[in-house]
Ligand binder design. Structure first.
Ligand SMILES: C[C@](O)(C(=O)O)[C@H](CC(=O)O)C(=O)O
Ligand SMILES: [Mg+2]
Length: 512
């Protein structure tokens, strides 16, 4: 895309949609619809960073390598990540919600839709300012501004909040962001690092992605749209309406007297957990999918394949009718399979999350997005391989993303060698980006803790010797804490330009 000097795009919607970076995305709307919604002078401040992210990811894809996006949700951490050679950084919703949330609610996607966007804008401004500052530091190499990838969670509502969140991120200078299929507020965590979640039907997820893409097109934005799915760890879904979700919706295969217990902690909520893990109801109900129930109901292979063919593209309600008719026609007993009985008190359906569901969702979402991500807390290379090869079979060039959200080595089953080789292994599989969201807070806290301990014990002498000196030596950069001297140079330059105000006209005239 050609940008005008002021960063505004002069392209029409039709030109933008058919341009090299955009033409691969299948939109559910026309260029004319985008044009009618386009504000005059669409601002595209993030395009420079988005295009540099696209070039970087494209190069990694070609080289079968990957890059790591470390969590950096504040200006100081971002500066340190950049100095250390990070190519890209991640603005984590979890990190912001942990810092900003009072009351229960951390990382529940329940914070305002512009929280992350406002932080992205601050970080962009701090990077821009650092770039100016560096021009005033003699002998110091100009530091690049690195692209920011942000967390847009579930989009915080329906299409309009998705669009507003997207606009805020682009206005803030984001290079890329992810949007997921979770029901806001529904993530659950347990003491062992487990996570449970409720997802929305595929159609609703797809609407979120389309709403984001529409907003991006209205702004002629090149921001990388990442389709994240959380079905890997999902135990429930809000509706059974979508045919894409049918293979994963569970029903009781035993007639049950009362309805299913409320959605609780991850281990208790997993529908197929043993009776010891949760309500005995779950085990007694023998939850299974409609396809499994039908296969159990008849040994007749021909009847099963008729069901398979006749139920293609049907959701559970319609497919259940097909199953009932086929069994009745064959003189077999009525199918005992009831997804309604397995609903929680919130009305959610029981759902079999996992890699198969993640592959189906991602393959369906692929035409709408630039990059795909099956988010899970399981750092499992077998799953990573299966996911990559299934997606690549249909979309060989689609960028893939991976996350390593663990805080404890003990929760990760990989060997030290496997961990060391992880970026390379993932790159070979087609993953171009690994998120390390937990980095920022942990590193910031650890550095501050060590520095505080040394200074409290040894006073300002220890601060010089144990914090300021070593940081300057390690980064070969001016001291992070030299605010007065360094920042002052920029203010001095501005003051010099303003002049004393007394000497009359001494400046240059345009063109003279
Ligand atoms: C990556 C993530 O979206 C984040 O906000 O950092 C979180 C990470 C976490 O909870 O540790 C997520 O995976 O949902
Ligand atoms: Mg998040």
């Amino acid at each position: 895309m050609t940008l005008q000097a002021n960063g505004y795009s002069a392209q029409t919607a039709a030109e933008f949609i058919s341009s090299a970076t955009q033409a691969d995305i299948q939109r559910p709307y026309t260029a004319a619809q985008v044009e009618r919604l386009t504000p005059t002078l669409a601002p595209t401040p993030s395009n420079k960073m988005a295009l540099s992210l696209r070039a970087m990811l494209g190069a990694h894809r070609q080289a079968f390598s990957s890059t790591q996006a470390l969590g950096a949700a504040d200006a100081v951490t971002l500066d340190a990540v950049t100095k250390a050679g990070g190519e890209v950084a991640y603005v984590s919703g979890a990190a912001l919600s942990f810092a900003d949330t009072r009351d229960p609610g951390a990382d529940l996607s329940d914070y305002p839709y512009d929280t992350v966007a406002r932080r992205v804008a601050q970080l962009t401004a701090s990077q821009a300012h650092a770039a100016v500052l560096n021009r005033h530091l003699p002998g110091f190499e100009h530091r690049p501004q690195i692209p920011l990838i942000a967390d847009a969670d579930s989009g915080f509502g329906l299409f309009s909040t998705v669009m507003k969140a997207t606009r805020g991120l682009v206005d803030g200078g984001v290079a890329g962001f992810h949007l997921d299929d979770l029901l806001p507020g529904s993530k659950r965590f347990d003491h062992a690092g487990g996570r449970g979640a409720v997802v929305v039907p595929f159609a609703e997820y797809s609407q979120r992605l389309s709403a984001a893409k529409l907003q991006l097109d209205m702004m002629r934005s090149e921001a990388v749209l990442i389709g994240r799915t959380d079905v890997m760890d999902a135990t429930h879904i809000t509706s059974s309406v979508d045919p894409v979700d049918r293979p994963f919706i569970l029903g009781a295969s035993v007639r049950m007297p009362a309805s299913y217990a409320a959605f609780t902690s991850p281990s208790e909520a997993r529908p197929e957990a043993s009776a010891a893990d949760g309500p005995g109801w779950i085990a007694e109900a023998r939850l299974c999918t409609l396809d499994e129930a039908f296969a159990r109901a008849t040994p007749d292979a021909r009847l099963r394949s008729v069901f398979t063919v006749n139920s293609i593209g049907l959701n559970v309600a319609d497919a259940k009718r097909v199953a009932d008719d086929l069994l009745a026609g064959a003189g077999l007993p009525r199918l005992e399979w009831d997804p309604e009985a397995a609903r929680t008190t919130q009305g959610w359906y029981a759902y079999r999350g996992g890699i198969d569901a993640a592959i189906v969702r991602s393959v369906h979402a692929a035409p709408l997005v630039d990059m795909l991500w099956a988010c899970t807390f399981q750092l499992d290379l077998t799953l990573a391989r299966r996911y990559a090869s299934a997606v690549k079979e249909k979309f060989p060039l689609k960028w893939l993303m991976f996350n390593t959200s663990h805080a404890r080595r003990a929760h990760v089953a990989l060997s030290d060698d496997e961990l060391a080789a992880l970026p390379q292994t993932l790159g070979e599989l087609g993953y171009v980006l690994t998120l390390v969201p937990q980095f920022g807070q942990a590193a910031h806290a650890y550095g501050a803790f060590l520095g505080a301990k040394a200074t409290l014990r040894g006073g300002v002498g220890a601060l010089f010797d144990s914090v300021l000196g070593p940081y300057a030596a390690a980064t070969a950069a001016p001291l992070a804490s030299d605010w007065y001297g360094d920042m002052g140079r920029v203010a001095d330059a501005a003051m010099d330009a303003v002049g004393s105000g007394r000497a009359g006209w001494t400046g240059t005239r345009g063109g003279c």
